[in-house]
Design a protein around this ligand. Structure first.
Ligand SMILES: Nc1nc2c(c(=O)[nH]1)N(C=O)[C@@H](CNc1ccc(C(=O)N[C@@H](CCC(=O)O)C(=O)O)cc1)CN2
Ligand SMILES: Nc1ncnc2c1ncn2[C@@H]1O[C@H](COP(=O)(O)OP(=O)(O)OP(=O)(O)O)[C@@H](O)[C@H]1O
Length: 190
């Protein structure tokens, strides 16, 4: 299928989940992430959920990161440039929900993307090869293209993989893993 079809299909699939399902599936994803071999790093990027779009509730994963005393960075969007900036999340970070429904840092310490070891990546759909589709603004493709080549990219999804996203282009950055409530996908494209 092509990206525009997948966006519609997966927005609809998410919209049909109840709030309780979103919560229990999000917890299952976080628990499964504990089985990934990714916990010896220092700096982790995680997005905060857009509740009205029934995104994965990343609070469970965030609690795991904080319990392990990891350095956590969260993104702040600039919709005029379609770029992300990354802020350290600590006790002093103030958050505000922007007009797109994204909780974002108001203030804080900027972190360079080259410092990030692991990125948890939001998505609407992904395929068996490790390609992904998001909301279509290219925020994460731009961001990930500036990360270190050894930075681990981990998709999070309520649903399992599509066979193939047909209209992949040279800007699309592949995932290393994708975690769903049911399983961990490891992509062997290297
Ligand atoms: N939680 C979270 N944060 C994230 C992302 C994400 O997918 N999830 N992003 C990943 O790139 C970036 C933001 N990307 C976005 C791109 C478009 C829209 C947007 O157009 N929203 C419209 C319509 C949404 C729709 O198509 O259903 C709206 O809210 O009106 C929102 C976020 C950075 N932060
Ligand atoms: N590294 C990049 N530099 C410049 N433009 C880019 C880059 N990556 C993606 N884009 C552009 O962004 C637009 C959206 O890309 P795409 O459809 O792959 O978004 P997406 O992966 O669904 O969105 P997101 O990354 O925000 O979740 C495309 O027009 C693409 O050419």
């Amino acid at each position: 299928m092509i990206k525009t079809q997948l966006r519609k299909l997966y927005k609809d699939k998410r919209a049909r989940l109840s709030d309780d399902e979103v919560d229990s599936l999000s917890m299952a994803i976080a628990n499964r992430c504990l089985n990934l071999d990714i916990w010896d790093f220092n700096c982790y990027h995680i997005h905060l959920s857009i509740e009205r779009h029934k995104e994965i509730n990343t609070t469970y994963l965030l609690n795991i990161l904080q319990g392990k005393d990891k350095t956590v960075v969260i993104p702040k969007t600039d919709f005029s440039t379609l770029n992300l900036q990354h802020y350290l999340l600590d006790d002093n970070t103030r958050l505000a929900v922007n007009s797109y429904g994204i909780p974002e840092p108001v203030n804080g310490i900027l972190i360079n993307e080259q410092q990030i070891d692991v990125v948890f990546v939001p998505l609407l759909a992904f395929d068996e090869k490790g390609n992904r589709v998001g909301y279509g603004k290219g925020f994460y493709d731009r961001f990930l293209s500036g990360c270190r080549p050894d930075c681990l990219k981990i998709g999070l999804s309520f649903f399992n993989a599509e066979a193939e996203i047909e209209d992949i282009n040279s800007n699309d950055v592949l995932l290393n893993f994708c975690v769903t409530p049911e399983k961990i996908y490891k992509f062997n494209y290297i």
